[in-house]
Design a protein around this ligand. Structure first.
Ligand code: ZN
Length: 252
């Protein structure tokens, strides 16, 4: 079975449409969204609708929660808060309720899925380093835990190996995407950050998501170009903070 895992779309319709195009091309069996469908970008309604259409399961992200109920913006940066309040006004009551009803995490198909971290997902802690990953391995009992939140694609192995120490990835170039495929080991436990569809922050502006092949136990990180200039222009036209447009072009 092929499972596509998408995260952190952030109301970027151009990036999401390209991700969906690749997902359809690859004929995946399941799509799981790790949250942050909205916030930052200019197309929250359209992204919510398309994500709901293609996903078999969706988890709540901190930006979904804050856009649905602005009391949760207290801990946000000023730009994130501005975007969340703007999004809140655009969404209907029904859309806000749908976001607030999303689960904080899921254990399905023998795997764990959360937005931020398996240890107390409500705290929205980041896992960006091995020391942070190491604190989290004991809080899930499946071989794999998929996360988003940092917008940086990365693989953490329980025994301290990072992706450079894993079996060298097989890099391929598709018609409209680039991929790094990793052979996972059945005997090891991993936390895998699939990166962000709509606002990558690893200095690579191309959209990022993951595809797990449960038969061959391989994980593929997909990167693809999309119409980033159109997404940035929409942010400017909506009157959202300029930095939210320029950061898309820089991938940070
Ligand atoms: Zn996010």
């Amino acid at each position: 079975m092929l499972i596509a895992i998408i995260s952190d779309i952030h109301s970027n319709l151009e990036a999401l449409q390209k991700a969906v195009e690749i997902i359809e091309q690859k004929a995946v069996d399941r799509v799981i969204c790790l949250g942050d469908i909205v916030g930052y970008g200019a197309n929250p309604k359209q992204c919510l609708e398309l994500t709901r259409k293609i996903s078999h399961h969706i988890i709540m992200g901190n930006h979904d929660q804050a856009a649905a109920d602005v009391r949760y913006t207290d801990i946000f940066t000023p730009n994130a808060r501005t975007a969340a309040i703007w999004t809140n006004k655009i969404l209907s009551d029904d859309e806000r309720v749908k976001l607030l009803l999303l689960p904080m995490g899921l254990k399905i198909e023998g795997m764990t899925f959360v937005h931020a971290s398996p240890h107390n997902p409500y705290e929205w802690n980041y896992i960006t380093k091995h020391s942070e990953a190491n604190l989290n391995f004991r809080y899930f009992d499946t071989p794999l835990c998929f996360i988003g939140h940092s917008h940086v694609s990365k693989i953490f192995c329980e025994e301290g190996a990072n992706e450079d120490e894993l079996i060298r990835p097989l890099s391929t170039v598709g018609i409209n995407y680039f991929s790094n495929k990793y052979q996972l080991l059945k005997s090891k436990k991993y936390i895998i950050n699939v990166g962000s569809v709509g606002q990558p922050r690893d200095k690579d502006w191309r959209l990022s998501f993951g595809i797990l092949d449960t038969d061959n136990w391989t994980y593929e990180n997909i990167r693809a170009e999309y119409d980033v200039k159109a997404a940035a222009k929409k942010i400017r036209d909506a009157g959202l903070p300029e930095i939210l447009a320029t950061r898309l072009l820089l991938g940070k």
